[in-house]
Each structure stands twice: as structure tokens, then as C-alpha cells.
Design a protein around this ligand. Structure first.
Ligand SMILES: Cc1cc2nc3c(=O)[nH]c(=O)nc-3n(C[C@H](O)[C@H](O)[C@H](O)COP(=O)(O)OP(=O)(O)OC[C@H]3O[C@@H](n4cnc5c(N)ncnc54)[C@H](O)[C@@H]3O)c2cc1C
Length: 383
């Protein structure tokens, strides 16, 4: 007879993906008697990131959405447009609110054990997994792992970085229109590569401003500060302000095919390939993935999702865009300007969500310069 393991599920890493998976699982009555262990090495008491994403409906984390916008600006040299986002809203969640909310629900459920330990390794064992930490060893039927153990760098893959520094600034006088965010502003210098700024107004006197690049390498810290200062004075026309919060982040933009699972080890979050290679957006993909995993566990008892063959085409589109940026075939500012100028925002959001039909994709791709894209697309197919 098969030996009973300590837990049904061990969740390794309690950041966005680990906590999202647990909340989706706690919400599912069919998984009510599952024994869950969460292993996370940090106390998650810092506001270490802000998530922005678009959504049509009310999401599982609606109660911690701190701000949402129904209209957003897109700016590039010679082109500015205010986009009505309906039926989408652009939403913002502060990391600390998300962590506190998840921990409160987990605590009150009484169904999850939390250990503040460092995971050293994860192994498949006979019909289960064992997770080794700095303090002990635990076994379960499955591990849902969001710890990014360094992936092997393959020569054929692109490894661009989306890197950004953000400031929440406060002004004495009202400066911001709270109903309108700025999704992308490419009017800034493109000397270091694809560079843009986004602005998320929180009140009339407070906004999060992020200076962002899609390039191969990080900048010196002073260069992000200079970019932010210059944007605030030149484009927002603000002379005096106070920086009340700072954030720095790097999101991998890679077509590396992160393994989705290895026997009983199921990878989730960035480690499970849920970061969109061409945009860095991850939050919504994590939510969809968590919901799909829970649905699969409910119906089959196993968390194995088969990626649809037709969905693989989105990876090819991502590769083509990374190819264009990596080889500098066309400035990112031009690609995104054409996309935003010639397409409705709903089509762009659906495309970036991997949810368009092939017909929609043909329409969208037709709005981009065909020769360089076709050439890049062909090279990626041949790789
Ligand atoms: C600053 C920043 C801003 C971002 N903004 C957005 C955004 O606006 N929209 C969007 O869609 N995406 C955004 N992303 C990308 C993505 O959504 C986040 O990175 C998201 O947190 C990824 O979730 P994850 O669970 O994969 O990783 P994480 O949230 O980083 O969680 C991994 C967890 O594992 C823990 N851990 C690591 N190693 C170990 C170990 N050995 N033992 C135990 N625990 C360990 C970490 O402490 C962490 O809590 C942002 C990323 C960053 C860094």
C-alpha cells in the first residue's frame, strides 16, 4: 500500500504565485480537506512591489485593488492618445496589501501550515515529493514551486531584462488627473534602448512614476534617478516634490521554455513560465494558471495542464518581438507606437493576454511593418 505523505500540497515560495495558488485552492470546496504546507523564507512585511494589470471583471483580489483607471494615455514623439479602456479597467495592487490579505485568509482558514524556512532542494520521490529546507525535510503528493532556481542559459534563447525604478512622489499643489493613468510614454531619450515611463496617479498630489527599459543590461542607479527627475520636470512640469516611496525591479524577458512540471513538482509563477516574455506582465497569468490548476485538481485529482497546441503560437509572437528588440531591428518605441496608433486598446490587451483569435492577430500584425517582422518571424521558425 502507498505510504501516506505528510501533506497533500507543499507550496514553495509564498510570493505572488504561491499565495495566489493557495487562495484559489482555499476557495474550492472540493479541496477543503487538503493539507497544505507553505514554505517561505521572508516574512513578507515589506511593500516590495506594485502590480498593475488590466481586467474586465471583478477579480479574486478586488478588495486589495488600491486604485483603478478607466482611461489611460499613450505618448510617443508626434503621437499622443487618450484611450478609453472599457470594458477593461487598469488596476493596481500594492504588494504589502496583497501579502497581508492572503496571510489573513490563510490564518483564518486554519488549513495551511506556514514555515519560515529556506528551501534548499526539491526532489521527486516514489509517487510524491520531498522538500529539503535549512531546518528539515517535508513530504507531500505535489509541490507547487515558485522559487526560481537559476535556469540554465541556453544559447538559442533571448535574455532581455525589463528593469525599472519607480518613485511615489507627493506635490504641494494638485498636479495629477486621478481618472487617467499613463500606460507608456516613449517621449523620453531612447539612447539606452527601448525606454518609457508610466504614471499612475493615486491622488491629485500623489503618483507612482516608473522609469522602465527593455534592454540587455541594467543601468547605473544614478541613470534611473536622472531619468525620473528629467521626466518629472520636463513632461509633468513639476518643480518641487517629495519622494515618499521607491521601488526597483527586474523582470526577465526571455523565451526560455521554463519547465511547467517535472513529475510531482509543478512550477508556478515566473519559475513556471507565467511571465509574458514580450511584456513582463505576470499577475493575470498567475491568476489564470492558479484557477486552471485548481480546476484540474478538482476534476482529476492531478495538476497536469496540457498546453494547447494552438496557444504555442503566442510564444512565437513573443520570440519575434524579442528578436526585433535584441537585434535592434526596429526601435521598441516605434513598434509600440504603431501598435497603439493602429489598433483598438481591447485588441492589444487581448493579444497581450494570449486571448485573441488568429483573425484578430492577422489584423494586428498587419498594422506593423511587414518586411522586418516577417523576416524575424521566419528566422524564429527556422531556429
Ligand atoms: C518590482 C516588481 C514589480 C512588478 N510589477 C508587475 C506588474 O505591475 N504587473 C505584472 O503583471 N507583473 C509585475 N511584476 C512581475 C511579477 O508579477 C512579479 O515578479 C511576481 O511577484 C512574480 O510572482 P512569483 O510568485 O513568481 O515570484 P515572487 O513573488 O518573487 O515569489 C517568490 C517567493 O519565493 C521566495 N523564495 C525565493 N527563494 C526561496 C527559498 N530558497 N526558500 C524559500 N522561499 C524562497 C521569495 O521570498 C518570494 O516570496 C513585477 C515584478 C517586480 C520585481
Amino acid at each position: 500500500m502507498r505510504q501516506k505523505l505528510e501533506y497533500d500540497y507543499i507550496v514553495t515560495g509564498g510570493g505572488c504565485a504561491g499565495l495566489s495558488f493557495i487562495l484559489h485552492a482555499l476557495n474550492e470546496p472540493a479541496l477543503q480537506n487538503k493539507r497544505i504546507l507553505l514554505i517561505e523564507m521572508e516574512d513578507k512585511s515589506k511593500n516590495d512591489r506594485t502590480w498593475c494589470f488590466w481586467e474586465k471583471s471583478v477579480g479574486l483580489f478586488e478588495s486589495v485593488v488600491c486604485k483603478q483607471w478607466d482611461a489611460a494615455w499613450f505618448h510617443a514623439p508626434g503621437y499622443s492618445s487618450l484611450k478609453k479602456l472599457h470594458p477593461y479597467s487598469y488596476k493596481m495592487i500594492r504588494g504589502i496589501d496583497f501579502y497581508n490579505h492572503c496571510h489573513e485568509i490563510i490564518r483564518s482558514s486554519g488549513r495551511v501550515t506556514i514555515r519560515r524556512e529556506q528551501v534548499m532542494s526539491i526532489h521527486n520521490i516514489n509517487e510524491g515529493v520531498s522538500v529539503v529546507t535549512d531546518k528539515g525535510m517535508y513530504t507531500a503528493d505535489f509541490t507547487f514551486n515558485s522559487i526560481l532556481f537559476a535556469p540554465p542559459l541556453l544559447q538559442n534563447n533571448y535574455y532581455l531584462l525589463q528593469h525599472f525604478k519607480g518613485w511615489v512622489i507627493e506635490t504641494e499643489e494638485p498636479h495629477f488627473d486621478i481618472g487617467k493613468a499613463t500606460l507608456m510614454d516613449f517621449r523620453v531619450s531612447q539612447q539606452a534602448g527601448t525606454t518609457f515611463v508610466y504614471v499612475m496617479p493615486l491622488t491629485e498630489t500623489k503618483a507612482l512614476i516608473e522609469f522602465t527599459l527593455f534592454t540587455n543590461e541594467q543601468l547605473e542607479d544614478a541613470a534611473y534617478d536622472a531619468g525620473l527627475k528629467d521626466y518629472i520636470t520636463t513632461f509633468l512640469g513639476i518643480k518641487t516634490y517629495r519622494i515618499i516611496e521607491e521601488e526597483f525591479g527586474i523582470i526577465p524577458m526571455t523565451d526560455f521554455d521554463f519547465p511547467r512540471y517535472d513529475e510531482q513538482i509543478i512550477n508556478i509563477g515566473t519559475a513556471g513560465g507565467q511571465t509574458k516574455p514580450s511584456s513582463g506582465y505576470t499577475f493575470r497569468f498567475i491568476q489564470k494558471h492558479s484557477a486552471d490548476l485548481v480546476q484540474k485538481l478538482k476534476t482529476t485529482g492531478k495538476p497536469y495542464l496540457k498546453p494547447g497546441v494552438f496557444k504555442r503560437r503566442f510564444m512565437w509572437y513573443d520570440k519575434v518581438l524579442l528578436h526585433m528588440l535584441h537585434y535592434n531591428k526596429m526601435p521598441g518605441a516605434r513598434i509600440f507606437s504603431l501598435m497603439f496608433k493602429r489598433n483598438k486598446i481591447g485588441r492589444i490587451f487581448r493579444f497581450l493576454d494570449n486571448e485573441t483569435t488568429i483573425l484578430n492577430e492577422l489584423v494586428l500584425l498587419n498594422t506593423l511593418p511587414q518586411f522586418p517582422f516577417m523576416k524575424a518571424g521566419f528566422k524564429e521558425l527556422m531556429k
